[in-house]
Design a protein around this ligand. Structure first.
Ligand SMILES: Nc1ncnc2c1ncn2[C@@H]1O[C@H](COP(=O)(O)OP(=O)(O)OP(=O)(O)O)[C@@H](O)[C@H]1O
Length: 607
């Protein structure tokens, strides 16, 4: 009985949302004409804002230029369907809205690829400034080109036909607009809930982390940017079909800022925040424009002032937006990721180097930061089936060494060989693919994502499925295999029961264990652990030591940096001691404990 009820509950939950959406699309056209126009405007803005939520909220890149891509979609449609004398090569496309959509998308994706290649490598405030530049450039282009009607724009667009239906009325456009919005929401949701989507989401956890987990960072950024632009283009095309008139004003920088507000107000971390934000901003604008002149007894742009104040207040009270506020108030009880219903494939495993084989060889490694020498002429070897600790006081240069070993940083001089290959010029992604995985001294994870999904980022290089199969849910077999592997690694580090918790809610020690599970998910031959025991309780440290012993027994090579001397002395095979960037000793734990130079320089100082 209970299970029947649960089934009922599950089925109800699965069907409630699609049913509501269907009702909305079917009943919406019955709205009075003014409300219908508002609903259409909200739908169009929601589609554009969805792109911004993906770009800004999910991938962590701020763009002020989104309205320009809406303009590209709208103007391509208007140009092909309303300009009488098209160049000969465009004649075959004349008058067809669908050809215009295709051409608009091709144009938008091409321009986004070029703009993205130029601006997405910029960091900090340079990226938003870059988006302002191209947003303004495209806006002025629309207003300047005579062929696009300059500031007057283009009018007289014919109504859009979908098969036998002529969408010549707002109530008919309502159906198309909202079916597109809901379809886009579903596709983007599917995409984010996949290997390709996790790569985009990983960008928000810091590029060093994404890179070290094998995510092609620039490609993931460009993908998010181009998808965001494509959604804006479709919205522009729908706008042109709905208004049947196009002029530059709706594609200005001000409109771009409005879209950004919609994303922030709605909640840039939740996809449905795009609909919420578009709805709230459109309705609030309309209400304020209507009521303020009556209230104040004079006309003027008071709505902009009141609107600005409201946004500041909202951002203060709910910086994560309305959707974020709702999610925090009513947290979902079911796991964010649906478990597999059938048998799950095992991911292919790497053949580990033979026990005793040198996997990492460092010769004469020196790293200078201006006048400071963080690593000086370091030599060390790491063998398969060995645990080596690098110890040293704060500022000794241990993390600098780690960064060079994992190719996040390049040495000033000296050589690093990984499994016999010189890694000079390699990036973090390449060495990750070759079999080196790492954790970070300052934990780098995605706090709002589940523990399981965070760990699955580590398996990025073990999957193949791309954007389209993910958006269409054709990737489920591989996805279940990746998630099953993530769960296996979580069980291994003792966090299995917390797989569906939010990563940000874990204690620091648990977050470190999560990072180890994520690194293991890459199926590495060499594991670099930066202070893995920091923040762990006694029992957790014991469990971690047992895990590392098991990994050693399996033939993995582990290099760790650690300040907890009890943990190190009872666990590792050899120790390298670094002080002021130089190696002062190397040997077995019992020898290091009795080394006078070490006692003087390091252990003596801490005793
Ligand atoms: N990017 C950088 N630019 C300039 N100096 C740096 C940079 N990274 C590290 N350093 C300097 O190099 C030295 C070694 O730093 P590093 O972080 O490698 O030490 P550490 O042994 O890991 O210290 P801790 O145990 O406190 O983490 C320090 O003096 C640090 O200030």
């Amino acid at each position: 009985m209970a299970s029947a009820l649960a089934l009922h509950g599950g089925a109800w939950r699965r069907w409630a949302l699609p049913l509501l959406a269907l009702l909305f699309v079917l009943l919406g056209p019955l709205l009075p004409s003014f409300q219908l126009t508002l609903a259409n405007n909200i739908g169009l803005a929601a589609l554009t804002t969805l792109g911004l939520v993906l770009l800004t909220g999910v991938a962590g890149m701020t763009s002020f230029g989104q309205a320009a891509f809406v303009g590209l979609g709208a103007y391509t449609c208007a140009y092909l369907s309303a300009v009488p004398s098209l160049p000969a090569w465009l004649q075959p496309l004349a008058g067809s809205h669908w050809s215009a959509l295709l051409l608009g998308l091709v144009l938008t994706l091409a321009i986004a690829a070029v703009l993205g290649a130029l601006t997405l490598r910029l960091s900090g405030h340079f990226l938003p400034l870059g988006t302002i530049c191209w947003g303004l450039a495209l806006f002025y282009l629309f207003g300047t080109l005579e062929v696009l009607g300059a500031h007057t724009g283009l009018s007289g667009l014919p109504a859009l036909s979908v098969g036998p239906w002529l969408l010549d009325k707002p109530e008919k456009m309502f159906v198309l607009i909202w079916v597109t919005v809901l379809g886009a929401l579903l596709l983007v949701h599917n995409l984010l809930d996949s290997r390709s989507g996790r790569a985009i989401r990983a960008l928000n956890g810091g590029q060093a982390m994404a890179d070290s987990m094998g995510v092609p960072v620039f490609r993931a950024k460009l993908t998010a940017f181009m998808l965001s632009a494509a959604l804006a283009c479709v919205s522009g095309w729908l706008y042109a079909c709905n208004q049947r008139f196009v002029s530059p004003a709706p594609f200005s920088l001000g409109a771009g800022i409005d879209y950004l507000f919609m994303a922030l107000i709605g909640g840039s971390g939740q996809l449905w925040g795009a609909v919420l934000g578009a709805g709230v901003v459109t309705l609030a604008r309309d209400l304020l424009q209507d009521s303020l002149p009556k209230l104040l007894g004079s006309s003027g742009s008071y709505d902009a002032i009141v609107f600005g104040v409201l946004i500041v207040l909202l951002m203060q009270r709910a910086p994560w937006g309305l959707a974020g506020w709702m999610v925090r108030r009513w947290p979902r009880r079911r796991p964010a990721v649906a478990p597999a219903s059938g048998p799950v494939d095992a991911l292919p495993r790497r053949t580990l180097p033979a026990r005793g084989q040198t996997v990492l060889q460092v010769r004469g490694l020196t790293r200078r930061f201006g006048g400071l020498v963080a690593n000086r002429d370091l030599n060390l070897d790491l063998k398969a089936g060995e645990i080596l600790a690098v110890i040293g006081p704060n500022g000794a240069g241990k993390s600098t060494l780690f960064n060079q070993l994992s190719c996040v940083d390049q040495p000033s001089s000296g050589e690093i060989e990984f499994c016999g290959q010189n890694v000079r010029g390699w990036g973090a992604r390449r060495i990750a693919a070759a079999g080196l995985s790492r954790t970070f001294q300052h934990v780098k994870l995605l706090p709002s994502m589940s523990v399981l999904e965070n760990v699955a980022i580590g398996a990025h290089l073990r999957g193949r499925q791309g954007l389209l199969p993910s958006a269409l849910r054709l990737d489920r077999r591989e996805e279940h295999a990746l998630l099953a592997e993530a769960q296996r690694q979580l069980d291994r580090v003792g966090l299995g029961a917390l797989a569906h918790a939010e990563a940000g809610n874990l204690a620091l020690g648990q977050q470190r264990l999560l990072e180890i599970a994520r690194a293991l998910c890459a199926d590495p031959a060499v594991l670099l652990l930066d202070e893995p025991a920091a923040g762990l309780r006694h029992q957790e440290k014991q469990a971690l030591a047992e895990l590392l012993q098991r990994l050693r027994a399996e033939g993995m090579a582990v290099l760790l940096v650690e300040h907890d001397m009890d943990f190190v002395m009872n666990l590792v095979d050899r120790i390298v001691v670094v002080v002021f960037g130089e190696k002062i000793a190397e040997g077995l734990p019992q020898d290091i404990q009795q080394n006078d130079q070490v006692l003087d320089a390091y252990l003596g100082a801490s005793a």
